[in-house]
Design a protein around this ligand. Structure first.
Ligand SMILES: [Zn+2]
Length: 88
């Protein structure tokens, strides 16, 4: 589960999963390799919003917290693999 993400500036794997997970649309991380500032593309706020709406919808339809948690994990996995880090 533990993963280190590649810095978009120097291409070294310096961004820990923990920092990436708690990075919001306005947040940034300083790369320990090159000292560059990296962050997320501005459209992630819509992805977060869609994820929240999907989880609310699943809860309304099924009332199951287990399904909501499963959907959350699935969407976080997709999010971490599909949304790139960008230089800020
Ligand atoms: Zn770097």
């Amino acid at each position: 589960m533990w993963q280190i993400f590649e810095c978009p500036r120097c291409r070294k794997r310096t961004i820990p999963l923990g920092r990436r997970l708690f990075l919001g649309p306005r947040g940034s991380v300083v790369c320990s390799g090159c000292g560059g500032v990296v962050g997320l593309p501005p459209y992630v706020r819509y992805i977060f919003l869609s994820m929240l709406m999907v989880m609310i919808l699943i809860h309304q339809l099924t009332g199951s917290n287990v399904l909501v948690a499963a959907a959350y994990l699935l969407m976080m996995g997709l999010y971490l693999h599909q949304v790139p880090l960008i230089p800020k």
